[in-house]
Design a protein around this ligand. Structure first.
Ligand code: BGC
Length: 842
């Protein structure tokens, strides 16, 4: 298969006598080409001549950030994608999508940049939290639910990053080497579902290359995306991913983001004039952009009724079909966090607790007070508030003594200072005075902010600014030796009452948009503060010293780096508290630098001394529940020595409320693992994300995730699909036709009984295997699933749809079927499949 293309083919179903084509014909070449690069960092360009408004694109996908990364314009922070995937519930994905549509609509957003549907090939992948699963069928099904819900409300979904952007190391340049069958059956499959079943209006092309061609120039944009799947939407580049004029413009790439500058523009006009790029290619791109605008209500006379306010052109939209998304239920974030939480272990039915039995509760771990509600990078939204685990438990147990011990600290980045401890010297209110100064020290722009971790991502800052200065008066809540920290690239100094306490000068090289912006390096310095006595903090950042990066964006953070005078004593103290309490909760998790866009993880081990903390607390109190606050797998060497392990993922802004609901049985943990949870890093069959000579070889082919574990005959800590609830179940009959024809969907039914004392949820999972196959095949593969909610004692015949594709394989030129006997296995996890039956494919 060759994937580098310089030819121009008319995509399938291209409109030529359509309204779009007529509008295109009314535009000059310059006008058309101008539309193909963003009008600004987050917007497309408008063209009043044809009634085209500017469309606003926004990151998500676990919230909708909107145009500004700014605490003054907060947005709902929902659980990250691994949590949503853990629901295995398309109905829930639909609710989640509707909430996102509402968030988008209220922020004037036309295109939501998500869902992220790359696969969990290696658990070290830095953006694991943002992707659904290691399984293509589960990822694809969820993508369909998400896309449909968002688009039903007139907001375009933009599944990303097409394709094989499954790790972050050298993401701009890495060339992924992957065979065609693997590409089709694994990495392309979720995109295929999102396009053919979900009807996605946009797709984002990735930074990386596949088999020799960078994705914005890759023929995979044409085939299968366009010609085979009939994608009639817009291919939006990942930010700055278009790096050529001709090669990308001749292919199917439609929109170069961000703008207003890109390698297209004038150079592309010249290339067309000189015959190096056919004008027909430009026309097709513009037509698709207009079609998209009509769909999202940004084209006069377009498809949707609910026009977005367009400040640039005032373009008016026509009558149409989009639904107005209802406002989300007030506790949706809380419900979602519980729906995705996975109860990995529940020894002796420790959980749920009865609130009446908990007179005292020992809570430990830094994540109990500074949890991670979301992963790092462009997926970040700024929530209006966060309910920490400690806050949530205290609120739910008003009569209990709930004591917190840090136990250990894990921060590798400044912990932001709460705004109520800060006084803005300019306003006298809470917050920070932020000033941009020119070379002479004159103020060119100033604003009042409420946070101490600030990001200017696509927000224009004055071109003449040389220095960024942040000033606040800080009233510490605790006194004594204190470590203050800053995080940024370039030269930065933090002064306390005029004395320099932290000085940093980090350089990362100029090409990265992610690492320096999303996970800037941290420097710290010690000082002594007095509780309640105000000091002036001033951060001076030399803007000219920072690597410009690909977008000139800036991030700058300052705050505390928690320290413990005596690490042993802190663990011992937490254990002592636990010894005297009715029960104990240890909240463990990963850090800002561990799970983020822009870098892969180095280890699956929990950072710092969290393992020691868990062991000490569990030894002191047999009723120890460990709460795992991570977006992807972490090692839990103590897992068999604690009463319960509850995986909450990055659960969004209502972490604490959801946690209390789960521990006290107000809600059941609804999640099942969408990815395998290893016991040891060395056991992971596919681990390395580092390219060799610029190439990352997917040599394992079809065998990733549970497929690879099964093939290697290794046992993980918890298998794909695993998760417990608060009741018990029996599965006792699998019904399936004996024979089916190639290309037919089939429905299996499984009789499921809730044999326990309370209502609960179960996920019926159906896998296929093919003994004696002539082909290389996974040991088994997920073919269908269905969540079921049943009251105590209730029985249901649960229908599980198995799409025809589950029986097919890619033979190099099309989907083929190997006639003969497949075995269907039904159960509640990839390693718990009590029922099986043969089905003959003819
Ligand atoms: C990320 C995309 C994101 C874009 C805009 C890129 O660095 O890979 O997922 O949508 O930035 O923030």
């Amino acid at each position: 298969m060759t994937q580098s293309s310089t030819d121009v083919r008319q995509p399938a179903g291209e409109p030529d006598d359509s309204r779009e084509a007529r509008l295109v014909a009314a535009l000059s070449l310059e006008q058309k080409v101008r539309l193909l690069t963003g009008g600004s960092f987050w917007r497309t360009a408008a063209e009043p001549a044809v009634g085209l408004g500017s469309m606003l694109l926004s990151d998500g996908p676990s919230g909708v950030r909107g145009e500004f990364w700014d605490e003054r314009e907060p947005s709902l922070n929902l659980p990250s994608a691994t949590s949503l995937a853990a629901t295995w519930d398309l109905g829930f994905a639909d609710h989640y999508g509707v909430v996102l549509a509402h968030e988008a609509r209220t922020r004037g957003v036309h295109l939501l940049l998500g869902p992220t549907i790359n696969l969990h090939r290696s658990p070290l992948g830095g953006r694991h939290f943002e992707c659904f699963s290691e399984d293509p069928a589960l990822s694809g099904a969820l993508a369909v639910g998400f896309v449909r819900a968002v688009q039903r409300h007139g907001i375009a979904a933009v599944p990303k990053h097409y394709v094989a952007n499954d790790a972050e190391t050298d993401r701009y340049t890495v060339d992924v080497r992957v065979d065609e069958r693997t590409l089709r059956e694994l990495y392309l499959a979720p995109f295929e579902a999102a396009v053919t079943e979900g009807g996605a209006w946009g797709v984002m092309s990735a930074y990386n290359g596949v088999n020799g061609a960078t994705m914005t120039e890759n023929d995979l944009l044409h085939s299968p995306l366009d010609d085979e799947w009939g994608f009639d939407g817009v291919i939006v580049s990942d930010w700055t991913a278009v790096q050529s004029t001709e090669a990308s413009a001749r292919g199917r790439q439609d929109l170069a983001m961000p703008g207003p500058h890109s390698p297209w523009g004038e150079k592309l006009v010249a290339a067309v004039r000189e015959g190096r790029v056919p004008e027909a290619a430009i026309d097709a791109k513009v037509a698709r952009l207009l079609r998209l605008a009509a769909r999202v209500g940004a084209l006069a006379g377009g498809d949707t009724e609910t026009a977005h306010g367009d400040t640039e052109t005032g373009a008016v939209t026509g009558a149409g079909r989009a639904l107005v998304p209802p406002p989300p239920p007030a506790d949706f974030a809380r419900e979602a966090a519980a729906a995705g939480a996975v109860l990995l272990r529940n020894h002796g039915n420790e959980l749920p607790w009865n609130a009446r039995d908990i007179g005292s509760l020992a809570v430990s771990g830094q994540a109990a007070v500074t949890p991670r509600t979301q992963g790092g990078g462009s997926a970040t939204v700024v929530p209006p508030h966060v309910v920490t685990p400690l806050d949530g438990l205290r609120a739910a147990l008003p009569d209990a003594r709930v004591v917190h011990d840090m136990g250990t600290v894990i921060s590798d980045a400044p912990v932001p200072l709460p705004s109520h401890t800060l006084t803005n010297p300019a306003t006298g209110g809470p917050g920070v005075r932020t000033r941009f100064l020119d070379a002479e020290g004159r103020e060119v722009f100033a604003e009042d902010r409420l946070a101490t971790d600030l990001v200017w991502f696509g927000t224009s800052r004055p071109a003449s600014a040389h220095t960024l200065e942040l000033t606040t008066r800080y009233r510490p809540e605790h006194g004594g030796p204190t470590r203050l920290a800053i995080a940024s690239v370039g030269r930065t100094t933090l002064y306390v009452d005029g004395e320099p306490v932290v000085e940093a000068d980090f350089s990362l090289g100029g090409s990265e948009l992610g690492a320096g912006l999303f996970v800037p390096p941290t420097a710290s310095g010690g000082t002594t503060l007095e509780a309640g006595r105000e000091v002036e903090l001033r951060v001076v950042h030399d803007l000219t010293s920072r690597d410009a990066g690909r977008t000139g964006s800036v991030s700058l953070a300052f705050g505390l780096l928690p320290e413990l005078a005596d690490a042993e004593a802190a663990i011992a103290r937490a254990a002592e508290t636990a010894r005297g309490a009715d029960a104990a909760v240890v909240v463990v998790g990963t850090t800002t630098r561990a799970e983020t866009e822009g870098r892969d993880r180095e280890t699956l081990a929990l950072p710092g001394r969290q393992d020691d903390l868990v062991r000490a607390v569990a030894a002191a109190n047999p009723r120890t529940v460990v709460v795992v606050n991570a977006g992807g797998p972490v090692l839990m060497p103590w897992r068999d020595d604690v009463a319960a392990v509850l995986l909450t993922w990055f659960p969004g802004q209502d972490f604490g409320g959801a946690l209390a609901d789960l521990l006290l049985g107000v809600r059941e943990p609804g999640g099942r693992l969408p990815t395998t949870w290893p016991a040891e890093q060395a056991d992971v069959p596919v681990l390395d994300t580092r390219p060799t000579d610029g190439r990352l070889d997917y040599a394992e082919g079809l065998h990733i995730g549970y497929r690879a574990w099964l093939r290697a005959g290794r046992t993980p800590a918890y298998a794909f699909g695993h998760g417990l609830g608060y009741t018990t179940w029996r599965l006792d009959e699998l019904t399936l036709p004996d024979g089916i024809g190639a290309g037919e969907d089939v429905t299996a039914t499984v009789r499921v009984t809730n044999t326990g004392p309370r209502a609960g949820k179960q996920v019926v999972q159906l896998y296929l295997s093919r003994p004696d196959s002539a082909l290389d095949r996974p040991a088994r593969w997920l073919a269908g699933f269905a969540p079921v909610h049943l009251g105590p004692g209730a029985t249901a015949e649960v229908a599980v749809r198995i799409p025809a594709r589950a029986f097919a394989h890619w033979d190099g030129s099309g989907w083929s079927h190997e006639p003969g006997a497949f075995t269907a296995h039904a159960g509640t996890a990839s390693d718990a499949l009590p029922l099986s039956r043969e089905v003959h494919l003819s």
